[in-house]
Design a protein around this ligand. Structure first.
Ligand SMILES: [Zn+2]
Length: 184
């Protein structure tokens, strides 16, 4: 019985450790790999591979893909296709360019944000909830209501309390003015 030879298949510089047979000597596993690699790719597969490589920026076998394309088109040396494909394939060879600096989108106008904050604060002072739709009359009614409640007469002669009520009413008035002011 002839002594088995070592499989001659090499991958990434390392030789297969299994026993091989035949000429060249290959083990069964490596024979499958070699056979699969030696089967020519179909033209369609060649183009699909070229396009896939293009998309991920790998080098493209432009000649192979061009040949495959011509095979599919049943043409030999069709100048138009050749040029188009070469241009197309060249895209894959151009290093990806840094994206152009983009101007940041215009941010919100700070005056608008300021006005919104002012309105939100005014609504809180008058006791309106955040999302409540306000009619002018509601604002006036609320101011009148609060004017009664915060009247200095309600301080019962306490000067400090009267001053505090007056200050509160001033805040109510200015809040009502803000809400009643026409939108700019
Ligand atoms: Zn092997």
């Amino acid at each position: 019985m002839p002594r088995a030879k070592r499989c001659t298949f090499r991958e990434r510089g390392r030789r297969c450790p299994r026993d091989g047979h035949g000429e060249p000597a290959l083990c069964n596993a490596c024979r499958v790999v070699v056979l699969a690699a030696s089967v020519p790719k179909s033209p369609t597969q060649t183009i699909i591979d070229a396009l896939a490589n293009l998309m991920v920026g790998r080098p493209v076998d432009a000649d192979g893909a061009l040949g495959a394309l011509q095979q599919i088109m049943g043409q030999r040396g069709g100048a138009g296709i050749q040029d188009v494909f070469r241009q197309f394939a060249d895209v894959g060879r151009v290093p990806a360019q840094a994206p152009l600096p983009r101007r940041p989108p215009p941010g919100p106008d700070p005056r608008v944000a300021e006005r919104a904050a002012e309105i939100a604060a005014a609504r809180r002072v008058l006791g309106f909830t955040k999302g409540e739709v306000l009619l002018e009359q509601q604002i006036r009614d609320r101011r009148r209501e609060l004017a009664k409640k915060l009247h200095p007469d309600r301080a019962g002669g306490d000067a400090r309390k009267a001053a505090a009520l007056t200050a509160k009413m001033a805040a109510v008035n200015s809040a009502a003015d803000i809400l009643l002011a026409p939108a700019p």
